[in-house]
Design a protein around this ligand. Structure first.
Ligand code: CU
Length: 203
C-alpha cells in the first residue's frame, strides 16, 4: 500500500498493579449513551487526544467517549506504544474491528529509540491481522486502508482492560456513507417496557 500521510499515535497504559483504570492516550473511555450506528448521535459529545473536554488535562485521567475520525478509503498508520515495564507480564492483545491491517513492525521501545526495528520493517510483504499483541514496554506499527464505513471498536481484548477504559471508537467515513437502520427501527428513546399490575398479568 502507499505510504500513509496520516499517522495516529496511541499510548496504551494499565495504571497500577491491579489495572483499576486503563486508558489510551490518557483517556479511559466511557460508554456512549446511544447506539451510534442506528440513531442520531449529534447530541453525544466525543473526545480524543486532540479534543479533550475542558475538565481534562495531561496530568490526570480523562473519562469521555473516545472517538477517532478517519476519512473513507485513505491509508492510515496507527503507531501503538505501551509504557509498561519492558518484558513485563501484561501485553495487550489489541483488536480492531472492520478491517484487516498490515503489521509493519513491532518490538520494544528501547529498540525503537535506538533506531532498530523489531522483527523488521515489513513493508514488502506484511502479515495481515485483525488482532496484534502490543508488548509491555513495546510498540507496534500497523497500516490499513479505511474503505469500510462505520463505527468500529478498537480495544484491548483482555475483557477487563476493555471494560475499565482501554477502548476507542474508530469512525470511518460520514454517517451518510454507512448503511442506514431499517425503517422504524427502535431506538433508545422510544422503547418502553410493559408495566404489569401483578405477576398474573405476565402470563
Ligand atoms: Cu490490555
Amino acid at each position: 500500500m502507499k505510504l500513509p500521510k496520516t499517522i495516529f499515535f496511541f499510548e496504551f497504559l494499565a495504571a497500577g498493579d491491579l489495572a483499576i483504570v486503563t486508558m489510551i492516550n490518557n483517556i479511559s473511555a466511557t460508554h456512549t449513551p446511544v447506539s451510534l450506528l442506528t440513531q442520531d448521535d449529534s447530541h453525544v459529545s466525543f473526545c480524543n487526544a486532540d479534543n479533550l473536554p475542558s475538565n481534562c488535562d495531561r496530568n490526570s485521567i480523562c473519562h469521555c467517549n473516545h472517538l477517532v475520525e478517519l476519512k473513507l478509503c485513505k491509508n492510515y498508520e496507527f503507531f501503538l506504544t505501551d509504557s509498561g515495564t519492558p518484558g513485563g507480564a501484561v501485553s495487550h492483545p489489541i483488536h480492531l474491528h472492520g478491517v484487516g491491517f498490515q503489521v509493519i513492525d513491532m518490538g520494544t521501545l528501547e529498540q525503537y529509540r535506538n533506531g532498530q526495528t523489531g522483527f523488521g520493517n515489513s513493508t514488502k510483504l506484511p502479515v495481515v491481522k485483525d488482532t496484534v499483541n502490543l508488548p509491555s514496554g513495546g510498540f507496534v506499527r500497523l497500516r490499513f486502508k479505511s474503505c469500510n464505513p462505520g463505527y468500529w471498536f478498537f480495544h484491548c481484548h483482555f475483557e477487563y482492560h476493555m471494560h475499565v477504559g482501554m477502548r476507542a471508537i474508530i469512525k470511518v467515513g460520514n454517517k451518510t456513507d454507512m448503511v442506514p437502520p431499517p425503517p422504524n427501527f427502535p431506538n433508545c428513546d422510544n422503547f418502553f417496557a410493559p408495566v404489569y399490575e401483578s405477576c398474573s398479568d405476565q402470563i
